[in-house]
Structures are given as structure tokens and as C-alpha cells.
Design a protein around this ligand. Structure first.
Ligand SMILES: [Zn+2]
Length: 168
């Protein structure tokens, strides 16, 4: 995957942070939600971004979590927030995502239902394209990892996504 494609996919991922992100609760290992926000807003409003578990009552805001040391000398320590996008953890608390499933040595993961539906739409758009129909979102679909959209995997990936949708 080229850097350009990776960057544009991360931009898309940021859009899904307008909705709750489903994560594994650090306390009871049940389904918890991260009240998320696009990264720029999240950095400005650390009180708003929080993880909440309806099962056990766990609750924590981003403000309550320690910042990362970005730079340190004997005189001075600079801290800040580092939000990691593009892995199977939420970008704020780094909790494992709830919506993950292994697929032939890879990990299929999504932040939430909208993200799953996005992946599903593009995997199935690739299927239609293979069948000779028009695919208007060729560039969007190309942002997904190749193993997801490769011809031999598309049908089984689509089934995996359906399984994850049932867990939302
Ligand atoms: Zn819990």
C-alpha cells in the first residue's frame, strides 16, 4: 500500500470517530463504548472523550489518562497526546476493539457499525466490478487492505463482516 493510499484511508477512519467506538472493557472484558470525536476535536476536548461500560460501570475520560512524554531533558519534560490510527485499538485509550475477527493470518477490525458497513460496501463493490458492472467508488475501495478485496477472499470477508455486524 502506498503512503498516499494509507493517508487517505486514515482520513476516512477519522470520519468514523464521529460515532461511538466499540472496545473491550478493561475492567470486565465486556463490550464498552468510547465516546469518540475526530482527532482534532478530541485533542481540544479531553473531558468529552471517554470510555463507558454499561455492564460494570467503568468510566474514564481522556483527561484522566496520563499524557505521553514527547520530549525530555534534565530540565524540561514535554508531554502531549499521541493518537494511533490504523490498528485494532481505539486511538484514545488504546483499548482492543470489540469488532475484530481473525482472517487467514490477518485481523479484520472496525471501530463501529458504520465502519463495518463502509468496508462491506467496498468489498461488495469490488465483487460487482469483477462481474463487469460499473464501480463508481474504485478509489475508495482501493484504500482497503488488498487481502480484503482480493478476488479469492471477497465472499468470505463479506461473511466475516456480517458476523461482526451481529455483535454491534
Ligand atoms: Zn465493563
Amino acid at each position: 500500500m502506498s503512503n498516499r493510499a494509507k493517508d487517505s484511508y486514515n482520513t476516512t477512519l477519522d470520519d468514523f470517530l464521529n460515532e461511538d467506538v466499540l472496545v473491550v472493557c478493561p475492567s470486565c472484558e465486556g463490550k464498552a463504548i468510547v465516546k469518540a470525536a475526530p482527532l482534532r476535536q478530541a485533542a481540544d476536548d479531553e473531558q468529552r472523550v471517554r470510555v463507558i461500560c454499561a455492564g460494570c460501570g467503568y468510566s474514564k475520560t481522556l483527561r484522566e489518562t496520563p499524557k505521553t512524554v514527547l520530549y525530555q531533558t534534565s530540565r524540561r519534560t514535554v508531554t502531549g497526546r499521541v493518537f494511533g490510527m490504523g490498528g485494532a485499538a481505539d486511538p484514545f485509550f488504546e483499548l482492543p476493539l470489540w469488532l475484530t475477527t481473525p482472517f487467514e493470518g490477518e485481523l479484520l477490525w472496525a471501530y463501529n457499525r458504520s465502519h463495518l458497513l463502509f468496508i462491506k460496501a467496498h468489498v461488495e463493490a469490488s465483487l460487482r466490478e469483477r462481474n463487469g458492472q460499473e464501480n463508481r467508488n474504485r478509489s475508495l475501495g482501493s484504500r482497503l487492505p488488498r487481502w480484503m478485496t482480493s478476488a479469492k477472499n471477497r465472499t468470505s470477508v463479506s461473511k466475516k463482516i456480517d458476523e461482526l455486524l451481529a455483535r454491534c
